[in-house]
Design a protein around this ligand. Structure first.
Ligand code: E4P
Length: 234
């Protein structure tokens, strides 16, 4: 399963990219506004230079002609840009045109299996079903993921990857993985939650404490160089 980080915050992206666990980034107009960055193009260019995987940058317009022009502009920023378009008739028309030119397209604001079928037929690279927002209105966001994964599996000609979006907690990530979703785009705070388990912390503290009681050290130099093994092996 690929993990994308769902943010436009450069500091967060840099910190999480350093873990080596990031496979891409998704942004949207609201995340860009929240970032406080005032040069969207420069922001996207920098993000694309930090993370080699797909970086989603969303068009601002809603009409075909302007979205098409914006999409072509965004795609030229970097080779790893995925142009994000809304799941509307005009957005899917842009998706088809851009994907036919070899541009990655992330079709966003997906809330039904019917919409996901249309996105796949339009040649989307990714479709982004928003599970959290469905949960927010009392629907079952993860059931949508299950339905889409089942449908896509039935049609090998569909090349679209399911990019689970609007993730609210680790449970969404785990359930999405169980269903075989290709990608989860995860807020930085939720990524950090994935690392944490109280028994890991407790167990590590015990290992450290018990090792200190042995009074031993692994013989490395203070500058981190590895000493030759006593057995004489290099
Ligand atoms: C993907 O980038 C989506 O835009 C994002 O996950 C939406 O999340 P939200 O529902 O918390 O705004």
């Amino acid at each position: 399963m690929k993990f994308f980080v769902d943010t436009a915050d450069l500091a967060e992206i840099k910190e999480l990219a350093a873990t080596g666990l990031l496979d891409g980034v998704t942004t949207n107009p609201s995340l860009v506004a929240k970032s406080g960055h005032h040069d969207f193009i420069a922001l996207v260019k920098e993000i694309a230079s930090i993370v080699p995987g797909p970086v989603s940058a969303e068009v601002a317009a809603t009409d075909f002609d302007t979205m098409m022009a914006e999409g072509l502009y965004l795609a030229r920023i970097a080779r790893n840009i995925a142009v994000k378009v809304p799941l509307t008739p005009a957005g899917l028309k842009v998706c088809k045109a851009l994907s036919q030119q070899g541009t990655m397209v992330n079709v966003t604001l997906c809330f039904s299996a019917a919409q996901a079928i249309l996105a796949a037929k339009a040649g989307a690279t990714f479709v982004s079903p928003f599970v959290g927002r469905l949960d927010d209105i009392g629907e079952n966001g993860m059931q949508l993921i299950a339905d889409i994964c089942q449908i896509y599996k039935a049609y090998p000609q569909f090349k679209t990857e399911v990019l689970v979006a609007s993730v609210r907690h680790p449970g969404h990530v785990i359930e999405a993985a169980k269903m075989g979703a290709h990608v989860a785009t995860i807020p930085p705070s939720v990524i950090r939650q994935l690392f944490n388990h109280p028994l890991t912390d407790k167990g590590l503290a015990q290992f450290v404490s018990d090792w200190q009681k042995t009074g031993q050290k692994i013989p490395i130099d203070s500058d981190g160089k590895v000493q030759p093994l006593k057995s004489g092996r290099a």
